[in-house]
Write a protein of this length. Structure first.
Ligand code: DAH
Length: 340
């Protein structure tokens, strides 16, 4: 009977090694080790042996069973792995390929500059307001002290929709809407889109401005200057200087154009500032008494200052962008450079 066990052991080990699938392996297990399997049957027939031989025989069978169990276990692991590999290959899925990165979007540089400007003014106690992009002639021109035949209309190539309706050419009409709605004190900034029939490397038919307006008792030109100085420092860096040049806008008197010290050469003179050391960034002035009167304010009681800056111009200066059209082409390679 011992030789019978040896035989079973040998053919079981062979069957185990030859099994090519988990199914074959498990069939072979039933055949040799199952309830009616060959090894089990031999064990059952142990009664035929003389009783003194039984313990030794029992021990032998158990050893063989243990050996076969671990042989099965090993083969099972191998086959399971092989089957998993076959399955993955069949799926055509290569799990060793690097994953696909989901790129995060970034805010458009114009949006970033608007957000920065809003934050700077909010920290100074300003409110953010908005106004319509389709405007009446009255708000875009007339209430801003620009009557129908005023030559200042020629400075802005306006898109007219009808004789009275137009795409706003500046954010200044928001000043009028705001003053019509409320009483001083007023301290607002109004960012938004404006439109002019103009297109080249520094002009786009649609662009953005941010308008500021402060009206209260006793507001002076010094308040305007201090406010713009702080804005320039926050926007362009702590060492930025500003310079006010006399200018003309129909809705302010006196008016000033404001330059910042060149952010490229810090005032030494370079290509960007055309060797002047200065860069123009906005228009400003004390609100014209006519404008205050038109909205029903008394210019002897309250005074105010206003300013308007081009957002694209600030972005181009700040980021060294040479052509305004880059801002509107939406080339991802360009936009990705402005991760905040
Ligand atoms: N609206 C003017 C423009 O688009 C800019 C401007 C100048 C706005 C002076 C103002 C200001 O509020 O006071 O050219």
């Amino acid at each position: 009977m011992q030789s019978k066990v040896a035989e079973i052991r040998k053919s079981a080990l062979e069957a185990c090694a030859q099994a090519e699938t988990l199914q074959q392996l498990s069939d072979a297990k039933v055949k040799f080790l199952g309830k009616k399997g060959e090894l089990t049957l031999v064990l059952r027939s142990m009664g035929q042996l003389p009783s003194e031989q039984r313990p030794l025989f029992g021990k032998l069978v158990n050893e063989v069973r243990d050996e076969l169990d671990s042989a099965w276990e090993q083969r099972e692991t191998q086959l399971a792995q092989a089957e998993e590999e076959r399955r993955l290959l069949g799926e055509g899925l290569d799990i060793s390929l690097p994953g696909r990165i989901i790129r995060r979007g970034t805010l458009h540089p114009i949006t970033q500059i608007i957000n920065e400007a809003k934050t700077i003014f909010m920290q100074m106690g300003y409110e953010i307001v908005e106004g319509p992009e389709v405007e009446l002639d009255y708000y875009n021109f007339e209430a801003l002290n620009i009557p129908p035949d005023h030559p200042a209309r020629d400075m802005q190539d306006t898109f007219f929709i009808t004789e009275q309706l137009l795409l706003r050419s500046q954010t200044s009409p928001v000043q009028i809407h705001t003053m019509e709605r409320r009483q001083p004190p007023i301290r607002i900034v109004a960012p938004g889109k404006v439109y002019r029939a103009d297109s080249d490397i520094s002009h786009s038919p649609m662009f953005h401005q941010i308008e500021g307006l402060v009206v209260d008792r006793g507001i002076t030109f010094a308040d305007l200057k201090g406010t713009l100085q702080l804005f320039a420092e926050r926007m362009f860096g702590a060492h930025t200087k500003i310079r006010l040049r006399p200018s003309y806008f129909p809705f302010t008197e006196p008016s000033a154009e404001v330059d910042v010290s060149c952010i490229i050469c810090a005032g030494a003179g370079c290509r960007v500032c055309k060797e002047t050391g200065w860069l123009e960034i906005l228009g400003s002035g004390m609100v014209h008494p006519h404008v205050l009167e038109k909205v029903g304010y008394d210019p002897r009681e309250v005074t105010g200052f206003a300013f308007g800056a081009g957002i694209e111009r600030i972005a181009m200066l700040k980021y060294g962008i040479g052509d305004i059209r880059l801002l509107f082409e939406n080339d991802v390679r360009f936009l990705q450079q402005f991760t905040s």
